[in-house]
Write a protein that binds this ligand. Structure first.
Ligand code: ADP
Length: 451
């Protein structure tokens, strides 16, 4: 400050002296004014440089200005640098926060006090079909038009979430979203959305399953109760009495089979995957299934030709019980649906890539193509009465599907109505090995089908 005062005084003094030198006592005044103007001009130049620097917005390229202006300049530069650092830090924190919101498995939408969209994450964009460039600043009520949502949004009671049909949901592919509004700040709202399609589907499946099981059990139970009442109230001839007991035993057996299939299914769903350490020859698996299939054929009075093809031996890795259950279900289905005089052929064929196809072919009624994708659904039946007549529970192929999946295999169904069906399980090469038979020796396993 003193330097500045000295500079002004120096300018005035120089001006005054020069004025006195050239113009005497009258020249002093002119000299003083000229000195003051000179000082003002220098100051204006300096101020101009500072202003240009400020306008340029490049705080690091500081002009060389000394004195008071220089200090003001340096302080401004520091203040600007501190502000820039703060801004960068705020931006970094905002980016991190938005990245966290992006990582959320739920949809996140930020709404301003008018209900206009300020920001949303990718999940919300997918769930609602939003596009940031198109839908930013749009009113949420104009974009989400589900009546349930409109009522919820207008209601202003947002303590609970509400379930709406997702935009793009169709009757054949229904999609459900659960949305929840949370007010925050001054009139702003946070809208969280969750895709609950799978949860809803699981709930529908659970309800259907319970309804189906109840129905399947109620039918034989009603018949049984009817017979019990008859036996209690009527005095029947011994033969009739025996016939009624026989029918009752049939119904009890039906319930037993159903419960046993249900238990098999729940065991398959709840137990750990079968390891690949236990190897069983395919022929041994078929032999076990064959005995039951022949017994069933006799009970049903079907004189079919049932053959198990003789082929080079292979071994399968997995749970023998599960494999017998799956292969047995395929064989018993073929027996149950093929009329007397028909043929049922079980076989196994290695594929060139090391896989093994285990199949059952029959000359039964065949299945029309529209039913084939649904055969493995629980309780799905093409011909309800034929299934029941032959003791079907509607769960056989569901059990097969589970076993097949658990062994990393694939179920193939080929069928021609009126000609017959072929059900095949293709096992992956990792679960298949050939058995080499040497003269006079026991069959020996080799790892020829791996990879
Ligand atoms: P079910 O106990 O009714 O046989 P499954 O799950 O084993 O139940 O089979 C589902 C449906 O697939 C059966 O109801 C039947 O309509 C059809 N199906 C299964 N195997 C055969 C077959 N070999 N020939 C014709 N239809 C079959």
């Amino acid at each position: 400050m003193l330097a500045r005062l000295a500079a002004i005084l120096l300018c005035l003094l120089a001006g005054g002296l020069l004025g006195a030198w050239f113009g005497g006592s009258r020249g002093i005044t002119v000299g003083l004014v000229a000195g003051a103007l000179g000082w003002f001009a220098v100051e204006t130049l300096r101020a101009g440089r500072v202003l240009r620097w400020l306008r340029r917005g490049q705080p690091d390229r500081v002009p060389a200005v000394g004195g008071l202006w220089g200090e003001a300049l340096e302080r401004t530069r520091k203040a600007l640098q501190a502000r820039d650092r703060e801004l960068a830090e705020s931006k970094r924190r905002l980016d991190e926060f938005l990245a966290a919101m992006q990582a959320s498995p739920n949809g996140v939408i930020l709404l301003d006090p008018q209900g206009r969209i300020e920001w949303f994450n990718q999940t919300a964009a997918e769930q609602f079909g939003f596009d940031f460039a198109r839908d930013k600043a749009q009113l949420i009520g104009n974009l989400v038009r589900a009546p349930t949502f409109s009522a919820y949004y207008q209601g202003r009671s947002w303590t609970q979430e509400v379930v709406i049909a997702a935009p793009g949901s169709t009757p054949t592919r229904p999609a459900k979203l659960s949305v929840h509004l949370h007010p925050y700040g001054e009139g702003r709202k946070l809208l969280l959305s969750r895709d609950i399609t799978a949860v809803e589907q699981a709930e529908v499946m659970r309800r259907d399953f319970v309804a189906n099981v109840s129905h399947e059990i109620r039918t034989p139970l009603t018949v049984l109760t009817g017979f019990v009442e008859t036996l209690q109230n009527l005095s029947l001839a011994p033969e009739e009495h025996a016939r009624y007991l026989q029918l009752m035993a049939q119904q009890a057996q039906r319930m037993q089979t159903l419960v046993s299939d249900l238990l098999t299914l729940s065991r398959l769903e709840g137990s750990p995957l079968p390891g690949a350490g236990e190897w069983t020859p395919v022929s041994a698996l078929w032999t076990q299934c064959e005995q039951e299939a022949r017994a069933l054929s006799t009970i049903l009075g079907r004189a079919q030709r049932l053959t198990i093809a003789a082929a080079p031996e292979f071994e399968l890795a997995g749970s023998p019980n599960e494999l017998i259950s799956a292969m047995g279900n395929l064989l018993s289905n073929a027996v149950r649906y093929t009329p007397a005089g028909g043929r049922v052929d079980a076989a196994w064929v290695p594929h060139a890539n090391g896989k093994l196809e285990v199949s059952v072919r029959d000359t039964g009624p065949g299945i029309s193509p529209e039913h084939i994708p649904r055969l493995t659904e629980r309780f799905y039946r093409v011909d309800r009465s034929r299934s029941r007549e032959t003791g079907g529970t509607g769960l056989g192929l569901a059990i097969v599907k589970h076993v097949v999946q658990r062994h990393g295999a694939e179920l193939k169904v080929e069928s021609v109505v009126g000609e017959g069906s072929t059900f095949a399980i293709v096992f992956p090469a990792s679960r298949v090995r050939a058995v080499r038979v040497t003269d006079g020796a026991e069959p020996r396993a080799t790892e020829s089908h791996s990879g």
